[in-house]
Write a protein that binds this ligand. Structure first.
Ligand SMILES: [Zn+2]
Ligand SMILES: [Zn+2]
Length: 293
């Protein structure tokens, strides 16, 4: 017998969204998928292959700004103090930035550090970085630092369609999807039964009519930011997630022709705010550098 999903969790795209004030930034090595992302600008290395880095050891401090009354311990700030990485396949010796595709770190050479520090941006900070070599490497190892994203996670909470389905099917507990932070419960906090079990469980015919369904991809590509949560930092973090910069950082990077980076806009909900409040963050150069709009 066909079942009707009882509610869908999705990225909240209601209200006024602006597309050119915040961007995800990451470094190569890039894969085919990176080039196919909508609206992406990829600046590869001019020749050869980009430097490859193996996994890390790091020291960081997790903080909560207590923006959510339902999850006062929700970690929305991660401050890195020290990073140790191993270059396993050195690509070139004049790169501005390198990193690891899955770790979202951006290791910056001296030119990029000086440009960012001298640009009058808010919250520019670099963590002490120890680079170990497994073969040849850049000549300025001691000068490499890791760009920090100390700004508070500003992801908008998820939404449920229809809104009245934001409850446990078994006991009625609400909310399952938090209205004030980007988290939701896999199991009901009241009766412990499955409320959302990830993309796999929510497609299981045995639970499809008793759990919330996923109306989004796990890769976070469609996530929406909310200007209300912005703490003024030009470098916005998402613990265990993407690194976000403002459009004015994007313009600086494009103007400097920084290599081995990729940029992709993230939609930001601006609500009823006047554009004068965020116009200074806008990227001017993004649109003209976009090869495949
Ligand atoms: Zn919450
Ligand atoms: Zn329940």
């Amino acid at each position: 017998m066909p079942t009707t999903p009882r509610g869908k969790i999705h990225h909240d795209q209601s209200g006024q969204l602006v597309n050119n004030i915040f961007f995800r930034i990451w470094t190569g090595p890039f894969f085919e998928d990176d080039y196919e992302l909508p609206g992406v600008i990829v600046r590869g290395v001019p020749s050869g292959h980009p430097t490859e880095v193996s996994p890390y050891e790091d020291r960081s401090t997790d903080l909560s700004s207590r923006r959510c009354p339902h999850h006062p311990d929700f970690v929305d700030i991660r401050r890195y103090e020290y990073i140790h990485c191993l270059i396993c396949n050195f690509g070139r010796d004049d790169g501005d930035a390198f990193g690891h595709h899955d770790f979202e770190f951006i290791h910056a050479g001296r030119r990029l550090q000086e440009a960012l520090l001298g640009a009058g941006l808010n919250g520019t900070r670099f963590a002490e970085t120890h680079v170990e070599l497994d073969g040849p490497g850049p000549s300025h190892l001691k000068e490499i630092r890791t760009l920090c994203f100390d700004g508070r996670d500003m992801r908008r909470p998820f939404a449920v369609d229809p809104p009245e389905a934001n409850r446990c099917f078994h006991c009625g507990f609400s909310p399952i999807v938090c209205p004030t932070c980007p988290s939701f419960e896999s199991f009901c906090p009241s009766c412990s039964k499955a409320a959302w079990g990830g993309n796999l469980l929510s497609k299981d015919p045995r639970t499809v009519d008793t759990t919330l369904q996923s109306g989004f991809d796990d890769n976070g590509l469609g996530s929406v930011l909310d200007f209300d949560y912005w703490d003024g930092n030009d470098f916005v973090g998402q613990p265990l997630g993407s690194c976000i910069v403002t459009g004015r950082v994007v313009d600086l990077l494009l103007d400097l022709n920084v290599t081995n980076i990729a940029l992709q806009p993230r939609r930001c909900h601006v609500g009823g705010r006047q554009s004068a409040e965020y116009a200074h963050l806008r990227s001017v150069l993004y649109q003209e550098n976009l090869q495949h709009p």
